[in-house]
Ligand binder design. Sequence first.
Ligand code: KG4
Ligand code: ZN
Length: 350
Amino acid sequence: MPLNTPGLITLGIESSCDETGIALYQMGRGLLAHALYTQVAMHNEYGGVVPELASRDHVRRIIPLVRQIMREADVPLTQISAIAYTQGPGLGGALLVGASVANALAYALDIPTIGIHHLEGHLLSPLLSDPAPEFPFVALLVSGGHTQLMRVDGVGRYTLLGETVDDAAGEAFDKSAKLLGLDYPGGPALAKLAAEGHAGLYKLPRPMLHSGDLEFSFSGLKTAVMTLVRQRSNDGEILLDRQTRADIAYAVQEAIVDVLAQKARAALAHTGLDQLVVAGGVGANQLLRTRLRKDIGKRGGKVFYPDLEFCTDNGAMIAFAGALRVAEQQGAKDYRFNVKPRWDLQEITL
Ligand code: KG4
Ligand code: ZN
């Protein structure tokens, strides 16, 4: 059966960081089932992801999750046509777990595997929603490790417009949250605390806002928060009351969202395109969503988001990107594999 036959089913495996995501995508029908196990509670104790623990936990979760979604979708293993897995970027050990299971299972089933770039998964995830954007569009990729503006002309046709020169937006959320004594992952925790904060009490920097290009910088923000917190701490103990921490959280969220929204708008102006796609974990931030809708809507543009559950790491985006590539005759019954902890999105083509 040729691999672009409608109806062919791709199994997707995501294990690049601290989430095990498994999904089944069928061409022509869509997502059949997906499941996610998050290790957040396990890593919370350590204040961040412990790579070795992450790998071991992926080993425990993948097969039961595969079984679970096969049952839910009522699809026997023998009906799967290809297996897509996250090949990078991410934690080397964690990636190897997903790659090993994908290749072993595919070898047993005599079907092809395909390695997917994690950011391509994020980038294409809004296409799983209805209404979906159409190519070409501008994508704002905002995750724990990346902050990039890309022009997307099609699958595998990505042009970098600008990116962060230091910390990622998610990292800025996470590091500021840690300074405010919040649990990992900091983004959602900081956003929640910010809801209790008041506007205008703290002025935080918005580096590179007027740099005239599409680059970002967030490390100065972290330093500014550090200074604010240090001024009010004793021997490393944070002496801020809850309201003050909420007011600072408010200012942090405002600063990050401000920069992201203004640069995203500038990217649309620069490319002359009118569709913006927001992808990656920070895309779950409600203030960012509201601000972009308002700002870009006012100018006649349209903003697309993945459904909330597909903003952060998940298997659906990997199954979907895999299905699109398999439909283009990609993937091989080779089963030799490597993972790419560092991998530039621009290196990939269709
Ligand atoms: O895409 P993702 O799940 O994992 C990576 O590939 O990095 O993104 C995780 C990042 C973390 O930095 C997390 O704090 C942030 O997304 N994040 C948020 C929110 N939800 C997740 N940041 C701000 N507001 C949120 N609601
Ligand atoms: Zn991600």
